[in-house]
Design a protein around this ligand. Sequence first.
Ligand code: ADP
Ligand code: LRH
Length: 493
Amino acid sequence: EGARCHAAVDIGASSGRVLAGWVDDGRIRLEEVHRFDNVQRRVDGHDCWDLEMLFQGVLDGLSVCAARGLAPESIGIDTWGCDFVLLDEAGAVVGDAVSYRDARTDGIFERADAALDPAWLYARTGTQRQPFNTVYQLMALRAEHPEQLERAERLLMIPDYLVWRLTGARLNEYTDASTTGMLDARTGEWDGAVLRAAGIPERLLATPVMPGTVIRHLAPQVRERTGFDARVVLPASHDTASAFLAVPAQGDRSVFLSSGTWSLMGVELAEPVLTPESRARNFTNEGGFERRYRYLKNIMGLWMIQSVRRELNGVAYVEGKEPAATAAARIGGAAHEPYGFGDLIELARQAEPFEARVDVDDAAFLAPDSMIEAIRDACAAAGQPVPATPGELMRTIYVSLADSYAASVEQLRALTGRDFEAIHITGGGSQDAYLNQLTADACGLPVLAGPVEGTGLGNLIVQMIAAGTFASVDEARAAIARSFPIQRFDPAR
Ligand code: ADP
Ligand code: LRH
């Protein structure tokens, strides 16, 4: 009897992958069958996701599954949060899938706060204040293209959109809906008062559907392409929700850190924290599987490293935009391209003991034309040493990120009253042994690194729970803990 196979499609801001997973002898087996870069393009004056490329990436990955004899019985999709697509009545996409780093929300708070008082909003939604929250993106869209909002019949978040392409079902999944800033944190329903205040038509949104729900079979034309039929199941469609599910921790003494383009650092709670103190620290209450709350902070994360790497390698972040080249030349970066992540870590080591600190959460780092210049400018403005080589620049990012993690752990202690024994790091960034050690040192806690594909695993275990393979999240987490190696980094002192 063959093991029951499931496919997890996990698309982050930097790359997408399709993983096949099954359980064998009590252990979860994982095979990466396909990976593709997530590239943005300039369309109509905005930085946009390429929906066709993403959908092709999904189909290609599923076809490879079949070709390798791993035809899955179910498929789940998770992606980054906050971004959405509008559909009209006929099912045509209205406007573009504008990226959350696009400039359309620059200065949005000044334009939105009169209608949406931030304290009022936080007390209802518990959502961190970020200019790219869906609610603010929609307000920016309404100002620029009111006709699009009028024409639209449905709003689908990116994973919802891909589910629709696979099955024809139009729905809003709960965990990703919780990144919009438009959900009532307590009830998990759309908050009508927020929608009205923001001028967002309620018809765009359907009652959020919980992860674990079996949706439908693949549409016939999709089946033709993949070569097999499967059911589409909702995982926790927000990637961070899937990542938090896969943390192989028991009990409440662990801090979770999902480390990818963003560093999402927090804990799981049974109730949201909607206090002014929580708002002041900008912690968010996002939704999780079985109505767990993911209480966490968005930290700028490895985006800073990705951006420096692209810039040193002369690659544009968005196709159709000129890469910023002068800054790379100024710090002698052109000598050694292309830089890999391992090369940059090595340069940082060699630059020790250089140190300079920036506030990684500064909006200046969200989408700068040149990350290298943004970091150097911030150092100069703060009276810090200004990094003059790629290695010094990397050191600046590394020590600043580790500092930010340490501050967040302190804030989590104060806000939750919990004491912590370890930090669990998952995601691509968990492979960065240099950052893991700096994190352990700065936080004064052991770091437990892995699994790398935490998000894909979180996606898979919800499908496995829906299939009856695991009875509970605890059981699935225990299986993850015995199936994947975890690397430990103890603090130096
Ligand atoms: P996302 O899902 O947001 O697209 P990932 O979880 O794939 O991001 O993480 C990507 C990041 O992981 C990269 O920006 C890089 O910093 C880090 N990374 C990936 N591979 C390695 C590696 N071999 N060594 C060190 N860091 C790595
Ligand atoms: C991480 C993530 C994060 C969101 C951001 C837009 O991939 O989903 O949780 O805030 O992307």
